[in-house]
Design a protein around this ligand. Structure first.
Ligand SMILES: C[S@@+](CC[C@H](N)C(=O)[O-])C[C@H]1O[C@@H](n2cnc3c(N)ncnc32)[C@H](O)[C@@H]1O
Length: 188
């Protein structure tokens, strides 16, 4: 069953007032405040960055951000940001990032197990990219639609990072099966 949401909840209004293209910025803000993911000197990789609210937030907080998406970006790209129009499944990246974030979302079918499976596939890919891209000690955040594979994926994150947590931000709609997996301190 497809879920239809009110477009005018408080986060949507706030995003409009604060000139972010999507309300999802408040999920990252909450995760960042709670887990202290992004520092001023950081270089950050943002996977699935369109329409760009995370990219704008990260650009304000970090030294540099590289965003990747299959879609074009309609926002003005911040000066310390780079946008790459690429499919993450065919995208190769190596070394030198302090943080990798993934808000990647496959187009949903409405069939729960199919959407979970696709989301898991994206998470596996995001973790693989993080393993190549992150500096030792680096941080990782990844959106996942909770399902059968979540526990196993979480274990992988735990193996790769000193600290791992599952987190559901307040800005994430209660009806949505999405949660975020946070990894801190990449073991390298
Ligand atoms: C929920 S949106 C991200 C929102 C973004 N964090 C923001 O705050 O503006 C998910 C994004 O993942 C992108 N995406 C989905 N599959 C992708 C792929 N294979 N490669 C790159 N981007 C992809 C979609 O195009 C979409 O823009």
């Amino acid at each position: 069953m497809k879920l239809h949401y009110s477009k005018t909840d408080s986060y949507t209004k706030k995003a409009k007032q604060e000139k972010y293209p999507a309300r999802s910025v408040y999920k990252l803000e909450e995760i960042d405040k709670k887990y202290r993911l992004i520092k001023k000197s950081d270089k950050v990789l943002d996977l699935g960055c369109a329409p760009g609210s995370w990219l704008i937030y990260i650009a304000k907080k970090a030294e540099k951000v590289v965003g990747v998406d299959v879609l074009e970006m309609k926002i003005k790209i911040p000066q310390n940001a780079i946008f790459l129009k690429k499919d993450i499944m065919n995208f190769d990246v190596w070394g030198n990032y302090d943080v990798v974030v993934s808000d990647l979302a496959p187009s949903t079918s409405g069939i729960e197990f199919v959407d979970e499976e696709r989301s898991l596939e994206y998470c596996e890919r995001a973790l693989q990219i993080a393993q190549r891209a992150l500096n030792r000690g680096g941080n990782f955040v990844c959106k996942i639609f909770e399902g059968e594979g979540t526990e196993e994926f979480f274990k992988k994150v735990k193996d790769n990072f000193e600290f791992a947590k599952r987190f559901k931000p307040k800005a994430s709609r209660k009806q949505s099966r999405e949660i975020y997996i946070v990894g801190k301190g990449f073991r390298g």
